[in-house]
Design a binder for this molecule. Structure first.
Ligand code: ADP
Length: 743
């Protein structure tokens, strides 16, 4: 059984006992009440018997006295001293005798000793007469014949007086005694108080006088004994009170038990909390005597709490070499000079090992709010110190590496743009002083896009080019940051620019050479419109010379002239644009138009060599976004090479097939000839600068073509043409790119 259940049973015991006591008392009271009633009945019977005897005895005495009196009477000598003396004695001793008289045979009263009223003539027989009531009082007569039998002595008994005389005080106190006549009517009664309605009643017949009288005794209402009457109630009340108090006690016990168990749980929790603390706790009084230490403190110093509690300074865990410092800290705490940041001291474990702690002290206040000493909490900071030093070293290594980098590195807050970290290179490149504090570096912020890109950025103020790599990252405090690494590419950029310029010059030279080579065919090309203009001019003159000039014809001829002049101008503008040194310039252009221009320039060459040119153009090719002149140069070079390659081809085989098609998102241009073809070794060499197999060739054409196509993000390559010859293919993406990044 658990203690709580046992307690519960125990709490029930007083209640049970109270109930038992109540029951026992109630039983006892019931029994004793019954017994008392029986006793009372027996007593009544006894008392009534005694009363009957007393009355009968008195009646017998009175009767005998009358007989005696009659015996003394001889004749009518009523004055004899004996008779007189007996009469007196009778009247004195028996107050119930209210009448005493002598009458003769005829009923005449000759003598009477009492009131005349009672000396009434009596005509009956000697002996007892009937009971009669006179003036409300019952009377009984007794007559005796005198010895000479001529007279009769008559005695009148007052029955009420008889009762009053014969019922003694102790009977009268208990009962009401009533005398009844033979027909059951009450004759006289002696009573004092109220009758008990539930009281006992007794009856007894009187043998003497033999006239059918009877006695009745009724018990008085006994004044209730306050103690006896109230006893059951007192017992009942006490039992109730006992039950109530037991219940209340049980309640109090339960509440107390609950409070106790709560307290136990709290104490256990507090103890567990104290023991789980990794902070060492030590309480001491005003004199520095240790009052309490927790488990963590004991483990820290290696002493048991019994060894420390009650100890006064110097403490066993103070290292000898640190004694002065420990004492100083101790004194400072006792004097109330508490450092909110704590004190750092070195302690010693029992095994002699030293360790550093940080001690935080505070006032120790008891439950009544009284300051009873000092509380100290201790943290072992040896490990923290070691970690901090390791961290410091690691930080120094990090800073050294960062500052040793050629690239400028910076970390900025993604939200505010605040510069969180930068290396020396960065500070130097952007002129940030060492003492700058919080600041923002905006140049890169403007360039950020998501996803992060690696972009080039020109610092126009310092005239430097940077390759900037931006990455979004998470900083040590969890906030979003940008990590940027800027590498100075100014030197590289300058070299590339120089190379580009050289390339441009070279391209222009190549174009000039091409033009130079084509000078005769160009002259022929120009000659045609010029000759046509000359002949139209002479034709016009002829018309004007006629008598009535045909103005309609003239108008037509002038139109043709203008047309030819336009054609010549067109050729010259084409040459100029082609040869002109200029920066690349992208715009919308149509590949068909470009091809027409080039074939226009090369028309004479084609005709001279008798080459059949076929063009296959796919439907609905979108426009390109490119530098038209550059692409013209590519087409010009490739077509010219193809024409030249077919110089040794039989006349009927000289066919040049040009196709313009779409391949995925790009334009695909194929120029296929039936020339000598290219050997596999040559394939490797073709695009290298100055590779040529021609006597007058420069070997720059294909190299320039490839750099132009790659500049347009396309590809240029050569392959064998099935059925003889070779074909050059290049692609240019259709996508319209902005030239925003172009410098
Ligand atoms: P060049 O025309 O001045 O020689 P290119 O760079 O244009 O310079 O051509 C390099 C060489 O590639 C040519 O000398 C020639 O041998 C070869 N080549 C170019 N195009 C063809 C072609 N369509 N068929 C055969 N060989 C070619």
């Amino acid at each position: 059984m658990t203690p709580t259940r046992a307690h519960r049973w125990l709490a029930l015991v007083p209640g049970l006992l109270a109930a038992l006591v109540t029951l026992a008392l109630a039983g006892y009271l019931l029994l004793s009440h019954g017994e008392a009633a029986e006793q009372r009945a027996a007593l009544l019977e006894q008392d009534l018997l005694w009363q009957k005897q007393a009355i009968e005895q008195q009646v017998a005495i009175d009767r005998d006295a009358v007989h005696g009196l009659a015996a003394t009477l001889s004749g009518a000598d009523y004055n004899s001293p004996i008779f007189q003396a007996r009469v007196l004695s009778l009247l004195q001793t028996s107050p119930e005798v209210v009448g005493l008289s002598v009458q003769d045979r005829f009923g005449h009263v000759e003598w009477h000793a009492t009131q005349a009223a009672w000396a009434l003539p009596y005509r009956g027989e000697p002996g007892w007469g009937d009971v009669w009531v006179s003036h409300g009082q019952p009377r009984l007569r007794y007559a005796v014949l005198t010895p000479d039998r001529r007279r009769m002595l008559v005695m009148v008994l007052a029955l009420d007086r008889l009762l009053q005389q014969q019922v003694p005080w102790w009977i009268a106190q208990r009962y009401q005694i009533t005398l009844y006549g033979n027909e059951g009517r009450p004759l006289a009664s002696k009573f004092q108080r109220q009758l008990d309605p539930a009281g006992v009643i007794g009856n007894i017949d009187l043998g003497n006088p033999p006239v059918g009288l009877s006695l009745k005794a009724e018990v008085y209402q006994t004044p209730a004994n306050p103690v006896t009457g109230a006893l059951p109630w007192i017992v009942f009340g006490l039992a109730l009170a006992m039950l109530a108090s037991t219940w209340a006690l049980g309640r109090v016990m339960r509440v107390r038990e609950e409070a106790e168990s709560r307290l136990r749980a709290e104490t256990a929790l507090r103890k567990a909390m104290e023991d789980s603390l990794v902070t060492g706790l030590r309480a001491m009084d005003h004199h520095g005597r240790v009052l309490y230490v927790n488990r963590a403190f004991c483990e820290m110093v290696g002493y048991r709490s019994e060894e420390l509690i009650g100890h006064s300074p110097p403490m066993p865990y103070w290292p000898p070499e640190e004694m002065a410092r420990c004492e100083a800290v101790f004194d400072a705490i006792l004097a109330g000079r508490l450092d909110p940041n704590g004190f750092t001291v070195r302690f010693m474990r029992r095994n002699g090992e030293r360790f550093d702690v940080r001690v935080y002290a505070s006032r120790l206040i008891d439950g009544e709010g009284e300051h009873i000493g000092w509380m100290g909490s201790m943290y072992d900071i040896t490990e923290i110190r070691r970690e901090r030093e390791a961290l410091q070293a690691s930080h120094e290594r990090f800073v050294t590496v960062m500052n040793g980098l050629d690239a400028a590195v910076a970390v900025t807050d993604a939200q505010t743009g605040e510069l969180l970290m930068s290396n020396q290179q960065f500070d130097r490149a952007f002129g940030l002083p060492d003492w700058r504090g919080r600041c923002c570096v905006l140049p890169f912020v403007l360039r950020r896009v998501d996803p992060p890109v690696d972009a080039e950025w020109y610092d126009s103020y310092r005239r430097h080019w940077y390759q900037v790599k931006s990455r979004q990252s998470v900083w040590v405090d969890g906030s979003a940051v940008w990590l940027e690494i800027a590498t100075d590419i100014t030197a590289l950029k300058t070299a590339t620019e120089r190379e580009r310029q050289q390339n441009e010059t070279l391209q222009q030279t190549a174009r000039l050479i091409s033009m130079g080579e084509m000078a005769s065919s160009l002259a022929h090309e120009l000659n045609q419109p010029l000759g046509a203009i000359a002949s139209y001019a002479s034709g016009c003159r002829n018309i004007l010379a006629a008598n009535s000039p045909n103005l309609a014809q003239l108008d037509q001829a002038i139109d043709k002239m203008a047309e030819q002049a336009k054609r010549a101008g067109h050729i010259i503008r084409g040459i100029r644009e082609f040869v002109q040194r200029r920066a690349p310039h992208r715009k919308r252009c149509d590949i068909g138009t470009l091809l027409d221009t080039v074939l226009g320039l090369l028309g004479h060459e084609v005709a001279r060599r008798g080459v059949a040119v076929s063009i296959a153009q796919a439907e609905g090719l979108p426009p390109l976004y490119a530098d038209a002149v550059m692409l013209e140069q590519v087409l010009f070079n490739l077509i010219k090479n193809a024409l030249e390659a077919m110089d040794n081809t039989s006349a009927e085989q000289r066919r040049l097939a040009i196709s313009l098609a779409r391949q995925e998102g790009s334009l695909k241009v194929t120029i296929a000839d039936r020339g000598a073809g290219i050997t596999p070794e040559q394939l490797e060499q073709l695009f290298k600068p100055f590779f040529t197999t021609k006597d007058t060739g420069m070997g720059m054409g294909l190299n320039i073509c490839r750099s132009i196509i790659e500049h347009h993000h396309g590809r240029l390559w050569a392959e064998a043409n099935p059925g003889g010859g070779c074909r050059f293919i290049f692609t240019v993406p259709f996508s319209e790119e902005t030239d925003a990044h172009e410098p």
